[in-house]
Design a protein around this ligand. Structure first.
Ligand code: KG4
Ligand code: ZN
Length: 354
């Protein structure tokens, strides 16, 4: 069975083909992504109108390449491609961006007479874990705790044996990725800043500054990162650190990497502590990581270490870095677990929850 996945919830345009290989494992035939992040790097954040305009421009070329490289199918051929369904993100996300993907999927569904599967973007991040990007099958035992950490979300969930998802908690304010991006902006890094902070953190001392870890001790699965952002803001302002000034930076490279290491350490600490607490309470067999922040090496290694220390047998699954950030393959993978719907009933829903 082959599913075409379309993802356009934020600034990426992703189209992929995924094939089911075993009961719960999939491999990718093609996974093409175009991003408008260079436009947003200049403005320090996403301008929704620009993201959607770029997506309209690249949608067909990305689709064409995904079909050509995955199935040697040429867009425009009279016969439809040999796919079984079309899965598309219908929310949450930016309305203009979502509409590009949803309307494209509806059109293709009518044109090729293929069933349509509406996908919640956040489910895509979870089901990205079921994609095997080498020849090995993924055998994920359920129930599993899933930590979805992206630019817009920080959510702890439980994926049950029947593949249903229940939310345990989420962020009360900024998401983890948003904290990375906003602190990065304060430090003069282009958007998105998570990977830059992580790279610079490699040379820094994570204990150089004590930063707040709001809600780390709370007896629930809620998060809060806005206090961390404010603390870094106050620290930078109080000391008159101007990371955007080249001459300041030249003499303060160590300071910059120390601050990056402390920010990363703080965010990772909170995420790992809450995830491990949930894994213990629900006595799960697996932990699944997903979302752009899951590309963070420190988060991956800390969570791996703590998972190995759990008293019961539990395995951590993490998608490859390219499958952590937004892509069409994760939407195709989620399609294998989801129900078809009529194109008339599918509408872009920016506020969609789980
Ligand atoms: O899932 P995603 O691609 O888009 C959303 O749905 O938001 O996540 C993007 C987020 C950004 O906030 C970016 O800074 C963060 O993921 N990110 C990282 C890393 N790579 C991407 N954060 C920390 N470390 C990384 N290596
Ligand atoms: Zn995402």
């Amino acid at each position: 069975m082959i599913i075409l996945g379309i993802e356009t919830s934020c600034d990426e345009t992703g189209v992929a083909l995924a094939e089911k290989t075993s009961s719960d494992s999939f491999h990718i035939l093609s996974n093409i992504i175009a991003s408008s992040f260079l436009h947003h790097a200049k403005t320090g954040g996403i301008i929704p109108e620009i993201a959607a305009r770029e997506q309209i421009k690249v949608m067909l070329p990305v689709l064409k390449e995904a079909l050509q490289s995955g199935l040697h199918y040429t867009l425009g051929d009279k016969a439809p491609p040999p796919i079984d369904a079309i899965a598309v993100t219908y929310g949450p996300g930016l309305i203009g961006s979502l509409l590009v993907g949803v309307e494209t999927a509806k059109t293709l569904s009518l044109l090729w007479n293929k069933p349509l599967i509406p996908i919640n973007h956040m489910h895509g991040h979870i089901f990205a874990n079921f994609i095997s990007d080498d020849q090995e099958e993924k055998n994920i035992s359920l129930p599993a705790i899933a930590l979805v950490v992206s630019g817009g979300h920080t959510d702890l969930l439980i994926l049950k044996e029947d593949n249903t998802i229940e939310v345990l908690g989420g962020t009360r304010d900024d998401a983890a990725g948003e904290a990375f991006d906003k602190i990065g902006r304060l430090m003069g890094f282009p958007y998105p800043a998570g990977a830059t902070i992580s790279r610079l953190a490699l040379n820094g001392d994570p204990k150089a500054f004590v930063l707040p870890r709001p809600m780390i001790g709370s007896k629930n699965y809620e998060f809060s990162f806005s206090g961390l952002k404010t603390a870094v803001y106050n620290l930078v302002k109080k000391n008159n650190w101007d990371f955007a000034d080249e001459s300041f930076l030249k003499n303060n490279e160590k300071l910059q990497s120390n601050l990056c290491a402390c920010v990363e350490h703080t965010i990772v600490d909170v995420l790992v502590k809450k995830t491990i607490a949930a894994a213990k309470e629900y006595n799960v067999s697996s932990i699944l990581l997903g979302g752009g922040v899951a590309a963070n090496n420190k988060l991956r290694s800390s969570l791996q270490k703590q998972t190995e220390l759990l008293p019961t047998d539990c395995q951590l699954f993490v998608p490859s870095p390219a499958l952590c950030t937004d892509n069409g393959a994760m939407i195709a993978a989620a399609g294998f677990f989801s129900k078809h719907a009529s194109w008339k009933d599918i509408e872009a829903d920016p506020q969609l929850y789980y």
